[in-house]
Design a protein around this ligand. Sequence first.
Ligand code: FUL
Length: 474
Amino acid sequence: MSIDRRTFVAGGLLAALSARRLLAEPAAPGLVRAGGRPAPPSRAPLAGRPVPTPAQLRWQQDELAMFIHFGVNTFTDREWGDGRESPALFAPTALDARQWARTARAAGFRAMVLTAKHHDGFCLWPTATTTHSVASSPWRDGQGDLVREFVDACRAEGLRPGLYLSPWDQNHPTYGDTPAYNAVYQAQLTELLTRYGPIQEVWFDGANGEGPNGKRQVYDWPATWGLVRRLQPEAVMFSDAGPDIRWIGNERGVAGTTNWSTVRPDIVPVPGMTGDEVMRSLQDGDRDGTVWRPGETDVSIRPGWFYHAAEDARVRSADDLVSLYFSSVGRNSKLLLNVPPDRRGLLHERDVASLLAMRARLEARFVHDLAAGGTMRWRTTGATTAVLELDLPRPAMVGIVDLREPIALGQAVAAHQLEGRTADGRWHVVSRGTTIGYRRLLEVPPMRLVGLRVTITDAVTRPEPLHVGCYAPA
Ligand code: FUL
């Protein structure tokens, strides 16, 4: 009589127990059907460890957000304006925010973030705080509101909208007169966060150059963060220093292979700090972190953040975008991919083609989970160690393994080893790594396997059952 591991385990010692009950019993082997969502929580959040808020969790699960850099720089061919640009320059000929949103959605993005104001101070909405805005431009005869069109387009396509308001403003006459400009900045934020409905992400950088009067501004971050929290309690705030989402520490699209979603807030207390320890904490997070602050990986599909016709031939290829996905989403981060509209106000055909091809490649890679229908056994082996064994439903060539912790309960795993079992019964170590978090995508040497084993050799607290998926080599 043939008997597979699933029948054996379920039919033997543990027959009386349901899978759910097994999961609640940390000392006993857990039996979970593979290929589904992460196992249901077996107990209260990991004792004393930070956990995500519902808004942080949703932000992470979105995986892909599109960054939109658009403004006077699009028309001057610059990356950083100096605030002396005439609003008359802002004249997109065919602007269609729905085209941005449709493309984003078709390419698998779930959110978009727009530069409502960049360092040049030009506001993409008609603000009461300055005349340096779309209201003084020829676009829509000065009646336009690009933040409105952007937010409406996001909603129409089911994407969550986010806004970037640069604190550095080289146009506003008050910049450098600290209390006066801080009041202007807060008034701008208030307009953005009260006129346009729910905003998912408010994006801040730490750029802090000179103003038109040659003076430096001292930003009031606690007041800024407090205002956002009050006006949009469901929004997450991004900056080097969070408070909800941290910068990943580079603009190359690469998260740390070790990437904790927890940080020690004393290491990066405000945006714009430099130093080795700051960069390390941004990149890797902190194992002993006391605050949940996952990393966001922002990178551009082109060399620049703004559109430059001269870069049309330098748009990242679909393969390049897929590899960014692996080095960000696949390392417990989120990818904020910048796709800058051109002077028409449209995403360029080349960018659109790369994005759609990326989507097709990702779908092809992840369409068939070879672990689906297999059998998993989860066994805690010590206070901070555990083993997960998976029998594939049938032998298969495996090239990608997808590990996930149930992060609603926190992040626990600090070191793990992955082995594959071949038909002759032998185990082969195929990868060794550190953190897992929301999602860890591992490209392993292609091998025909009948099973997989994940050994958790170190964790900051008792690890929870992982989700494991596996896929054919690329
Ligand atoms: C930085 C800015 O200086 C760049 O121009 C760009 O907007 C990038 C996303 O953030 O702080």
